[in-house]
Write a protein that binds this ligand. Sequence first.
Ligand code: NAI
Ligand code: MG
Length: 500
Amino acid sequence: MATAVGSAAIDSRVEEFIHKPRHMFINNQWVPAASGKTFPTYNPATGEILAQVAEGDKEDINRAVRAARAAFENPAWTYMTASQRGRLIWKLADLIESRTEEFAQLESLDNGKPLAVARVADVPLTVDLFHYMAGWTTKIEGNTIPISIGSKRTQYFAYTRREPVGVVGQIIPWNFPLLMAAWKLGPALATGCCVVLKPAEQTPLSVLLLAELVAEAGFPEGVVNVVPGYGETAGAALAAHPDVDKVAFTGSTEVGKLILQAAAGNLKKVSLELGGKSPNIIFEDADARSTIPGAASAIFFNHGQCCCAGSRLYIEKNMFDQVVEGVAEQAKKIKVGPGFEPDTNMGPLVSKEQLDRVCNYLESGLNEGAEAVVGGKKKDGAGYFVEPTVLVKTNPNMKVVREEIFGPVVTASPFSDIDQIVAEANNTEYGLAAGVWTKDLSKAHRVAHKLRAGTVWINCYNVFDAALPFGGYKQSGWGREMGHEVLELYTEVKAICAAI
Ligand code: NAI
Ligand code: MG
């Protein structure tokens, strides 16, 4: 079962972890699903079953929410000092770091990404996120407010407190399974919330290992609960649950809208981090040596399975041929293969569904008259591999230009006018991220200000930091994750006014 994965050896602890069916994590205990059902998770490099996982459903979600509610009322958590809470989060980060290799291997096996990438990106970014959030626990402050009523006889003392929003449901995707869990759990724990988290059905394993460390770090029971399962069942039950105070979701815009509807029942707070179709704009005065590899990795990193992937490349006319050829050259150099092969640069897509989606987009683009300078199809054989692809001769109405593909496919079009290109870049229902490449920094900042996107990278792309807020304009979402901004999503402001 766990042997045919490629040439690197599987860590014996990982082997053991995936060998027996994984239970769900409720009240710091491992329990099977109420129904007794399990579901398979697959190795996308081979298409074979990797492990069996408890299949959570409504009853399990109910049980986990009850555990989280009890934890939210448990003095061991509510009266824990901010400093102590910070120490627990810091300890969790250290525990994750000490198990880096196991996490990286689970991530590579379950999601398909190169082991080397999981080692240097997914796991260290997760560790950083928890370390960063640990520091916030002691800095979540209110204000004293000079209100304008009162007299010498009656005076008022008014202040605000930031209190945890309560029990939070978190639903995360499969593209960065561990890191997305960290983006959600970090601020929830820093603010004193309690959590029921549902990982994506494609990639539940690394989050289940994380849950083991939550207990080891010493969090009181019920503060973090993990219920694996499908979106339409476990996810929907969590989004609709009447005793959940907030739901935080990352995934498709389509499901984001369903979450919003489900949340309406008890008007729970909602934060959404959704899809994107991010423009990457290259001016002809850009430094070709850094811009070309930058534009290539903007789309090809994580196989294009990034919500912020630089998937629409706009290149100023005189540089068009050079950049397209350069990015195509980069694509040809990418070694596509199983994540466990040491020289793999790009692994398989996460699932058969995702492979079919991406292939349908490729077909639709080519049928509508686009041309593949490189790539354009899936790779034959087992596993969900697709070729890194650069499409030219597109027009703004094509589906490949308008819709999120979520695969290693970039469209490239030339432009000649700055106002026109800003308008074209903004001509999308999304607004997650954008890139601008030029040596003229005034131009770069002016364009950055005009782009309707939550993040703009200048002469770089995919630069993430726990201190940098991330999220979307328009249909790319509601709210910002990371930075101090995220704390607002997990706290309620209470105004207290006393006559003194
Ligand atoms: P999805 O949005 O269906 O899945 C994301 C999470 O939502 C998973 O945990 C899933 O179980 C859950 N979910 C699904 N339906 C739900 C429902 N009715 N109620 C509650 N939770 C539900 O994404 P999917 O189907 O895996 O991928 C489809 C497309 O979505 C991708 O091709 C990509 O375009 C986009 N996507 C965007 C992501 C992002 O980071 N913004 C991440 C994953 C997918
Ligand atoms: Mg779906």
